[in-house]
Design a protein around this ligand. Sequence first.
Ligand SMILES: [Mg+2]
Length: 231
Amino acid sequence: MAIATLVLFDIDGTLLSIAERELNIFGQALEKVFGDIGPLDGYSFAGKTDHQIVVDLLSRVGKNASEIEAGLPAMQEHYFDILDGMLAQSSMAVLPGVVELLNGLAASRSVILGLQTGNWRRAAEIKLTRYGLGHYFDVGAFGDGQLDRLGLPPLACRRAVEATGETIGAENTVIIGDTALDVACARSSGMVSIGVATGSTGRDELEEAGADLVVSTLAEIDADELLDLAR
Ligand SMILES: [Mg+2]
């Protein structure tokens, strides 16, 4: 079997710029179902799975696991309903170099493109569809039911092997993300990491986290340079 390269992208701050208003509607959807959740100031959404964010925020106001589980489907339904409308009016945009890099990678027959994102799958689909990026990705690991972001890359890797029948090792997998947690995900799984400083984390912090390469934007790297890191 051929050895393929799996390239896994984070979404928020990596493919798409971060919209503050999205954090607000996430909070609104929680409050609609669960009541007052207190101020969101001081809570960092960066790098966390949607599931973890829900559990963190609701635990702070004393909700237990069974209350959270009972209300979660209604909260998600409300959030997905208002997400696309919010995106239509938001300043969220595809980040520099993203489309060129995806086109370059998609043109290589040995590359499998995937997602590793804390977003719920439906939220990821809504965002990527709105910005015309949904068709690039063959596989993904999402935040549904996942408390631990570190579990996502191995899951995406297993799904890629199942979907393609290719042999894919950790050393042939590249994770591209905008937070130290994305870099930690790659390192904990023995994968190659590229940190991109287009989200909430600066170059210094991504370097300190141990990224194999740090770029200011994805316009700084092309598909061949990226694939050289995973050979
Ligand atoms: Mg991100």
